[in-house]
Design a protein around this ligand. Structure first.
Ligand code: SAM
Length: 291
């Protein structure tokens, strides 16, 4: 860490940068910029990256976290949808982290449209995600880049809690199951409002995902295509039993009951009781015996 140097952005620098670019942060793009170097260091530390990790960052904004990641010695591919922010970022890095510019690549694109042509096999996703698209972006990156082995993202606190929820909890739902399809999901801390400009109305939370080192089930387009409709169906009406909630998927309540029983699942349960391994087994995806 001490071998690298980046001058992190504080409140004065964030305001100066925004005003020199004529930027008024927009809610639509979830533009709440970090202006607290201690929080940046906390996020980078919580990611516990290896020196060789190459990071994809979604929504670098004015560069607060980007500088923290570069300063810690990582290469960063930064995906930004706002053209003013995307074009400024290389200049900010050249000024505040001299010598580290060649480790930065900026991709000017909607993160939801990013594919393997745009970003080269990242091993980690570290981001203060735009809150309105946080879960879709997270799932899109886990799906598109099997090379990502570590995720550390900041999201709304409520979303962090939902992502890390366990079966049986009231807040366990589609994001919890889909995220845990890829690995182990943890809450990695809470972040207050005042470390952002402008300050949001709500608190934020850090979520860490460690991708399975050995896949307990095949993580492929085919297995997702089999599992996702069951997860979506099971939670579409949370109060329904699985027999009723999955009747549409299987053609009738009786057919749903038969499939559930064949997978060893009690048809009178609600979706919130099923682990991801249960959904995988119900989908008939092989390879869960040791999950
Ligand atoms: N990383 C910066 C920080 O921590 O200060 C900014 C984080 S801010 C919460 C979210 C950033 O995501 C903004 O820069 C915004 O322009 C960008 N953004 C919003 N929607 C996006 C999308 N669909 N694809 C890529 N970037 C997006």
């Amino acid at each position: 860490m001490s071998d690298y140097a980046a001058d992190l952005l504080g409140p004065t620098e964030i305001r100066q940068l925004a005003s020199s670019l004529g930027i008024t942060p927009t809610k639509k793009l979830g533009q709440n910029f970090l202006h607290d170097p201690n929080t940046i260091r906390r996020i980078v530390n919580a990611a516990e990256l290896r020196p060789e990790d190459t990071v994809v960052e979604v929504g670098p904004g004015l560069g607060s976290l980007t500088l923290g990641l570069l300063g810690a010695g990582h290469s960063v591919q930064a995906v930004e949808i706002d053209p003013r922010l995307a074009s400024q970022l290389p200049h900010t890095v050249a000024e505040r982290a001299p010598g580290l510019s060649e480790r930065l690549e900026v991709v000017y694109k909607d993160a939801l449209q990013v594919d393997a042509q745009d970003v080269d096999a990242p091993t980690a996703l570290v981001a203060n995600l735009p809150y309105n698209v946080a879960v879709p972006v997270l799932l899109h990156f886990l799906e598109t880049f099997p090379s990502i082995r570590r995720v550390l993202v900041m999201v709304q606190l409520e979303v962090a809690e939902r992502l890390a929820a366990q079966p049986g909890s009231k807040i366990y739902g589609v994001p919890s199951v889909k995220a845990s399809f890829y690995g182990t999901v943890y809450k990695a801390g809470t972040i207050g409002k005042n470390v952002f400009w402008p300050a949001p109305n709500i608190e934020s939370g850090l979520v860490r995902i460690d991708r399975f080192e050995q896949e307990p089930w095949p993580i492929t387009a085919e297995s997702r295509a089999a599992v996702w409709p069951l997860v979506d169906g099971a939670f579409a009406q949370r109060r329904k039993t699985l027999r009723a909630a999955l009747a549409g998927h299987y053609g009738s309540p009786a057919a749903a009951e038969e499939a559930l029983r064949a997978a060893g699942i009690e048809p009178g349960l609600r979706g919130e009781k099923l682990s991801v391994a249960d959904f995988v087994r119900l989908a008939g995806v092989r390879g869960v015996e040791h999950a």
